[in-house]
Design a protein around this ligand. Structure first.
Ligand SMILES: O=P(O)(O)OC[C@H]1O[C@H](OP(=O)(O)OP(=O)(O)O)[C@H](O)[C@@H]1O
Ligand code: HPA
Length: 198
């Protein structure tokens, strides 16, 4: 195997390409049924949710898609606690049914920030569809309505999720090897006793 291979940096795969394709079909089909007769605005959260968004929306009917970018991680593995709006929506969502598409809800800070913003702008309804829900990571209240997988408390990468902007293009979700992290952050990552919940 070539040394120049991202797969070498992965400790273990949690959700395979097939697992994710199945989850996208399940969530997309459920959304199609729940939004029958309505045209929701899908709000895809850059950059991580792009792959999940396009895979899920293939199973839906009439829907618009918009992008937003909020950031609390600034590239590393620890949430900074402060959320910034980096890229705003290009449309008015007042009176609209919106679906926030996330790759992961972890501390909940990004989602809480977006929920407040969309409520303030007069969204008629707001639901959340996330590939991963890391419930153990929550530090603020944030609820996910449509979940791909409940993910254990470990820093994961792949299928949109990054570490320092890399690994988003892996087709699966996995745990990064400890050795890949900056030594000063090593204590923030727990890769032991991780059991996939599927
Ligand atoms: O629940 P939280 O602790 O707020 O974490 C979840 C957020 O963090 C990640 O985005 P990030 O800010 O890293 O941007 P990215 O999608 O561009 O990687 C992820 O895509 C979520 O939006
Ligand atoms: O586990 C994670 N991996 C990548 N990005 C993230 N943003 C919040 N949690 C994570």
């Amino acid at each position: 195997m070539s040394q120049w291979d991202m797969n070498n940096d992965i400790e273990r795969v949690l959700y395979s390409e097939d697992d994710i394709a199945e989850a996208a079909k399940r969530v997309g089909t459920e959304l199609a049924a729940d939004y029958e007769g309505r045209t929701p605005v899908i709000i895809s959260v850059l950059k991580g949710a792009v792959l999940w968004t396009v895979d899920v929306m293939r199973y839906m009917q009439y829907a618009e898609v918009e992008f937003i970018d909020v950031s609390s991680y600034h590239g590393g593995i620890a949430s900074s606690g402060e959320v910034d709006l980096i890229v705003d929506l290009q449309t008015d969502i007042a009176g609209r049914d919106v679906i926030i598409m996330e790759d992961i809800v972890d501390t909940g800070r990004s989602l809480k920030f977006m929920m407040a913003l969309l409520e303030q702008r007069g969204a008629k309804s707001i639901k959340v569809a996330s590939l991963l829900d890391k419930k153990e990571g929550r530090v603020v209240d944030a609820n996910v309505d449509y979940v791909g997988f409940d993910v254990p408390k470990a820093f994961v990468v792949g299928y949109g999720l990054d570490y320092k902007q890399l690994y988003r293009n892996l087709p699966y979700v996995g745990v990064l090897k400890q050795a890949v992290y900056d030594p000063e952050h090593a204590d923030l990552v727990d890769t032991t006793d991780i059991t996939p919940e599927h």
